[in-house]
Design a protein around this ligand. Structure first.
Ligand code: HAM
Length: 454
């Protein structure tokens, strides 16, 4: 293995090395000091999803480009600027060349799978969740990567399954509130809006176009383009100089039809009944074209800087039809797992500073130290037995000096077991527990219980 310090070093054989290869911009390695938190988050999410009747779905990491063009929308930033797309050459006469894309999000793929496997034909509501990497060619910064992870879920089914009911929207939001609470995320804020039905949106788009026409010249070039192609996108622009104009634009709430208004009122009433707090944000239109009616984001102030959207989602009642499927209303969300982890790490740091303690790190149960290389084999055999009893164990090396074994053990384990000639002969082990400093003799048969005791 070469490290970044090896630049310019000679390789074996005398050839100069060509410098170390680094991870690609916007991608990251997650090392063992980070992955325990990722695993805890994922295990908690899986447990919560199971309580709400969700099952896991795993869809491919790449799909036909057309899926995203049709599903997410050609005019969105994601499809127009951020996708990793390539022409896949035909390899045999029976194959066609095809444009493929690394998935920038998973909703389109999940709905494609729902259609392809005729999941609607059972008549039952489908509750599906996924955890996996997504890819967007964005400008990398804290909380924004080119490969990032989402934990997401979709509730979808034929209209007769009740997939359109506001109860579904409220249940998804209540589940998210519970999940964030269970993970220990403090200070989250739920921003909620309704973008109406496709018909409501057409009316609203028209109103926006009219309102934007006389002021368009004063907008930044990106927003000028959006004002023509997709005026709704202007609303979620963060461009500082355009905010005054944007704040003065018509509000979607005034263009919702009776049904959309009633649906939104029922979502809010169910959230009120559950005691889930939310803030209606009329500018929350989201960056994907498939949304109808309920849209939402959960934001946090700690740890994310400007990338403060921890998760986003909403209803997509026409998406299945856009992808050539049957009528299948749905609602879902995706949590940015990288961002969730940043928030939890930042909060743990702040909590530790407030209480004056170091953030807790998980240690192994025991370090087995053979005294002399003749004891290496016996040490490995003892480690095997202890691991089979469910303990976490590291084995040292008989070549290490006793001082060195203690130093390593103290860093990584809660206890050290010394394995010398006497211990092997008598089966009575010498154990030191680091928390108390006590050193005791323990018969082999009692060792497991002794090491487990905290
Ligand atoms: P989205 O808002 O594009 O929605 O992404 C959801 C979340 O993914 C964001 O709130 C953010 O936390 C995270 N995220 C997005 N881009 C990045 C990035 N470059 N780096 C790190 N994190 C990122 C969707 O993807 C929809 N499919 C959600 C959905 C599901 N709607 C209905 N069902």
């Amino acid at each position: 293995m070469t490290s970044s310090n090896d630049k310019g070093a000679q390789q074996p054989g005398g050839r100069p090395s060509r410098g170390a290869i680094k991870a690609v911009r916007g991608t990251r390695d997650l090392l063992p000091d980070q992955t325990p938190l990722w695993n805890r988050v994922e295990a908690t999410a899986r447990a919560v999803f199971a309580r709400y009747g969700f099952g896991e779905i795993r869809t491919p990491v790449f799909e036909a480009t057309e899926l995203f063009a049709r599903g997410v929308g050609e005019e969105t930033d994601i499809v127009s600027k951020e996708m990793f797309t390539w022409e896949d050459r035909a390899r045999a006469a029976s194959e066609k060349a095809q444009s493929l894309t690394l998935r920038p999000e998973s909703t389109a793929g999940v709905v494609r799978a729902y259609i392809e496997h005729k999941m609607g034909e059972t008549g039952a509501l489908q509750k599906l969740y996924y955890i996996g990497p997504q890819f967007r060619r964005e400008r990398p910064q804290r909380g924004r990567y080119r490969q990032f992870w989402q934990i997401g879920a979709e509730v979808i089914g034929p209209p007769s399954s009740g997939a359109e009911s506001p109860v579904r929207d409220a249940e998804v939001l209540e589940m998210l509130a519970s999940l964030l609470d269970e993970l220990g995320v403090h200070g989250w804020r739920l921003e909620l809006n309704s973008v109406g039905s496709a018909e409501d949106r057409a009316l609203y788009n028209q109103a926006l176009r009219e309102a934007l026409a006389p002021v368009k010249d004063r907008l930044c070039p990106d927003n000028q383009r959006r004002a023509d192609t997709n005026p709704l996108r202007v609303l979620d622009s963060k461009e500082e100089q355009d905010q005054e104009i944007i704040n003065g634009l018509p509000k979607i709430a005034d263009y919702l039809g009776e049904e959309s208004r009633e649906h939104f009122a029922q979502v809010r009433a169910a959230l009120d009944a559950c005691g889930v707090q939310y803030h209606v944000n009329p500018r929350l239109v989201r960056g994907l074209d498939y949304y109808t009616r309920t849209t939402f984001e959960f934001t946090v102030q700690t740890g994310l800087g400007t990338q403060n959207a921890l998760l986003g989602g909403g209803r997509y009642d026409g998406l299945s039809e856009m992808l050539g499927g049957p009528k299948a209303p749905g609602i879902g969300f995706a949590i940015g797992e990288d961002r969730l982890i940043l928030v939890l790490q930042e909060q743990a740091k702040q909590d530790a500073e407030a209480s004056g303690t170091a953030p807790g790190e998980e240690k192994l149960d025991v370090y087995v130290a053979p005294l002399g290389f003749e004891r290496n084999a016996a040490a490995l055999a003892l480690a095997r037995e202890l691991r089979r009893e469910g303990l976490s164990v590291e084995v040292g090396d008989g070549a290490f000096k006793l001082r060195k074994s203690f130093d390593i053990a103290d860093k990584i384990a809660r206890a050290i077991v010394l394995l010398g000639e006497d211990e092997v002969a008598t089966g009575v082990m010498t154990v030191k527990m680091f928390a108390t400093g006590e050193q005791v003799k323990v018969p082999r048969a009692e060792l497991g219980d002794r090491l487990r005791a905290r």
